[in-house]
Design a protein around this ligand. Sequence first.
Ligand code: ZN
Length: 446
Amino acid sequence: MAVNQKYWNPVLETLSREKIKQLQLKKFKRIFNWAYQHSKFHRQLYDIAGIKPEDIQSLDDARHVPRVDKSMMQGVQGKDPFPYGDALCVPLDEVSVFRQTSGTTGQPVYQPDTWQDWEWWMECWSYILWAQGYRPSDRVFIPFGYNIFVAFWAGHYAAEKIGCEVIPGGALDTRARILKIQELQATAMMGTPTYILGMGDTARLKMNLDLSEWPIDKITCAGECGASIPSTKRRMEKTWGAKVYDHAGATEIGAWSYECMDQPGGMHVNEALFLVEIEDLETGEIIDEPGQRGKMIITALDREAQPCIRFDSKDVIEWAAEPCSCGRTFRLIQGGVVGRVDEITKVKGVLLAPSAIEDVVRGVDGLGDEYEVIVDKAGYSDRIRLRIEILPDAQNRRRPIETELADQLRLKTNLGYEIEVCGFETLPRYEVKAKRFKDKRKKESG
Ligand SMILES: [Zn+2]
């Protein structure tokens, strides 16, 4: 791999649209046939829908393949071949690693991978890291406790594959991690936006350290959409004096997207390895045009042990209108993953995405990084309470900060909020993924 090469895979990342579609069709046919031949779960699903491998002759035909969602996978598991059940497409002996989803929306889904699948994970991540400027000269610190979740195992191994030097910063506390980064002069880092900001707070407020002069010059975020939310990205970039890039992936899908160094305000879909479709939330039609949001239906075109074919991810995305200036022909999604279907909700009849609130809160100078949104009912009407913290050195500006916050919220989300100022460091802190948005109306109605 030539270090000055711009793309990880110069052929695939610059294919013409026509060639990309041909490749996706060829691979879709292959993975569909593979699942049909090797998994009872998939064969039954497709037989009931009356679709056989030979019926798929175009990407339009692929749109008739039934979708799979998390609840279906939960239903399959715990049976033979234990514990994966009959969605498994390989003999159990070929499974080389177990992972599971985090289970934030119910029972976790088990994810088996073969060694070949694991190499594929590393390849997916190599596209991401190379596009974000990782090179063999980098020393990469991963401030994360590796466990049964996939994060950040594949990022770690891809960095090694590229030729970087990797420091696994797992079993250390936040202060020790910060000191290790300083001691070893790390140049790159991976983490969730919540934790990257949390480290910044610890360094500044508790250790009196200014991270912005340190050699870390790039940070890869995953697990939350913060790196695609402009004001959260700016906060992280300012704190660390580094470029911050987004990436989205999931245990049962793979690492399907990445922001590039041009920071186009969105992420490339890795279309050589994944087929992404966007489905209209109301009509169920597939959206090919830019500018219209819908939920992502995704196929991992090369994953074999437990295939991911037309998986209903519940991520809300939209296609960008313009190609990226970096020269990659992989399509961009505008603004990254905008939210989850179950988070984007109507409040007082207005569609509200939690990421819009985050963009406002993180954009107001003087506010802490943490906040909490609670939607409930006050009598018959919806109410949104926003709990925030004001930084210790901005307490004397409390009134103007609150006014600016309320004005910006009304401007950007068309809604009014009850703002509650909490004592600094009294809101919950999260190590990995934050749960800042609580819709209490759902509990009451269901
Ligand atoms: Zn690009």
